[in-house]
Write a protein that binds this ligand. Structure first.
Ligand code: 2AM
Length: 192
């Protein structure tokens, strides 16, 4: 099959019949979602809180992927040799320019660095544009928030045992995310 070129990834709302707006993510379970949402409500006092069901950590944003290329995106997930790890979300901060408040790990697990690297390499090898941004794992908590100080919080310990391919539906009330596929990570070593 032909390689997908940059021209195939033009921005759009992902709802036209020929493409789907996709990204790779770590998707929290209900317990993590609730704990993070509670922290966010307590700490962030401006902007729009992300609904708990939308909370996630993006691994790689693909943008609009032609439907005929999705089987190759899936194949990457099936072949990714990542291992499970624990992520401690313990720091709330903000990026003033995009006006985003986030929660992130103050310690970056080696296994997360490896997982991201393997995913980026696999995407590149399969002809997809690899993420250009430096990898700064975070969970967006609020958008259009006013700048605020960093704050260390009691860690939310998240046991990450799978990765997910997510479809983003851009709707009038905001983004709606759909888990298209999930793949388990190897349960060898749960601490990075
Ligand atoms: P964010 O949380 O920092 O906004 C779906 O849009 C997810 O992909 C979001 O978590 C978003 O990150 C992330 N993302 C990364 N690069 C993006 C881009 N160029 N456009 C939109 N979302 C992007």
């Amino acid at each position: 099959m032909a390689k997908v070129g940059l021209a195939d990834f033009m921005p759009g709302n992902g709802s036209d019949g020929g493409t789907q707006r996709l990204f790779w993510a770590l998707w929290p379970d209900e317990t993590v979602r609730r704990a993070v949402a509670r922290l966010a409500r307590g700490v962030i006092s401006s902007g729009h809180l992300v609904p708990p069901e939308n909370l996630h950590v993006t691994l790689a944003f693909l943008g609009d992927v032609p439907v005929e290329a999705i089987s190759r995106v899936r194949a990457i997930g099936a072949e990714l040799p990542g291992s499970a790890f624990a992520l401690e979300l313990d720091r709330i901060g903000c990026w003033p320019r995009p006006r985003i408040s986030w929660i992130a790990p103050s310690h970056m697990p080696v296994l997360l660095v490896q997982l991201h690297r393997e995913l980026r390499q696999a995407l590149r090898k399969a002809g997809f544009p690899a993420p250009a941004r430096r990898f700064a794992p975070h969970m967006t908590l609020a958008r259009r928030s006013a700048p605020h100080a960093f704050q260390n919080v009691t860690p939310v310990v998240w046991s990450i045992e799978r990765i997910a391919l997510i479809r983003s539906h851009l709707e009038q009330i905001g983004a709606r995310y759909e888990i298209l596929y999930e793949w388990p990570l190897r349960l060898k070593n749960t601490r990075g």
